[in-house]
Design a protein around this ligand. Structure first.
Ligand SMILES: [Mg+2]
Length: 309
């Protein structure tokens, strides 16, 4: 791993939050939309005219990433997971804040690497890190690293889950399934640009949207349930990652592609990215069915990541 002189001086010290804060503050100064960044009691953002969109997401060792995962990868994942919810609402990023509960064994150098990864990824997404908080676990036996990232965005007309109508078409932005086997679970895509383009081109024909984090089955059900409609998907139309069949594409989580529902006459032909149309919205009790091409319709509304497991 490349070393950074700024970190080496502290490599044997315990975590010093003031040093981390100073490091973040210097790198975050002058960010777009930020009047006062890290270093004061609170950040100050310039006022915006559009509605604010706010979401929070956790990234926990042993649950969302394996022990031993490089800290810079953990930082990237934590930011991208949270930013996916801005994409789901077709919101433009404004800023993010992050909290970390660090293992007692973590060195100051490691903590700095983690925060630097968070800060760089936030910057890459035009969603500057403007503040946060750090705590250190008191016992070696305590659980591992916990990160919490809160994202703030703006959207003149946020896209909700509740707008799907009978007769609409159901689409996704990219291949699904096998996120763990392919390593994409650590570096999920962030479809903010695609979401903003969908909103700009389709306007009111973009009826509902969600980012697929728990699996196509459960996330499609979240939209169907909010909209009080039923989805009929075609197995042969579901775009699958090379290491996944359609059954896995339905239940694997952490794809972070967009699932969106558009009007019957919506025109997706000029979008600068590929869209896969995978089914229709039909009337009936809320649910998600998949036609497997052999005359069978399978209920997949509960297929996906189980948060209680
Ligand atoms: Mg989401």
């Amino acid at each position: 791993m490349a070393t950074n002189d700024r970190f080496d001086h502290f490599s044997t010290e315990t975590v010093r939050e003031d040093q981390i804060l100073r490091s973040i503050a210097s790198a975050s100064s002058g960010q777009r939309g930020v009047q006062v960044g890290p270093g004061d009691d609170a950040a100050v953002l310039f006022p915006v005219e559009s509605p604010l969109v706010v979401s929070v997401d956790q990234c926990i060792e042993g649950l969302h990433f394996l022990p031993g995962t490089p800290l810079k990868d953990v930082g990237v994942k934590a930011v991208r997971r949270a930013a996916g919810d801005l994409a789901a609402m077709a919101a433009a990023p404004v800023a993010l804040v992050a909290t970390a509960l660090l293992p007692k064994s973590m060195s100051h150098r490691e903590a700095l690497l983690l925060y630097e990864a968070i800060q760089l990824e936030a910057q890459n997404l035009n969603c500057p890190l403007v503040g946060g908080d750090t705590s250190i676990q008191q016992r070696e036996s305590d659980s591992g690293l916990h990160l919490t990232v809160t994202v703030i965005g703006t959207a003149t007309r946020p896209v909700l889950r509740s707008g799907a109508k009978v007769g609409d078409r159901v689409c996704v932005t990219g291949p699904l399934g096998g996120s763990f086997a392919s390593g994409r679970h650590l570096f999920p895509p962030v479809r903010i640009a695609e979401a903003l383009q969908l909103r700009a081109q389709l306007g009111d024909d973009l009826h509902a949207m969600i980012d697929i984090s728990d699996g196509l089955g459960k996330d499609a059900m979240a939209v169907a349930s909010s909209s009080n409609v039923r989805f009929m998907l075609e197995a042969s139309l579901i775009p699958c990652h090379p290491c996944s069949g359609w059954e896995d594409a339905i239940k694997d989580g952490e794809d972070h592609e967009l699932l969106f529902v558009i009007g019957e006459c919506a025109d997706c032909s000029n979008l600068p990215f590929h869209v896969s149309e995978i089914g229709k919205v039909i009337a009936g009790h809320p649910g998600v069915m998949v036609s497997n091409g052999e005359g069978h319709q399978i209920d997949v509304s509960k297929e996906g990541w189980n948060h209680g497991a």
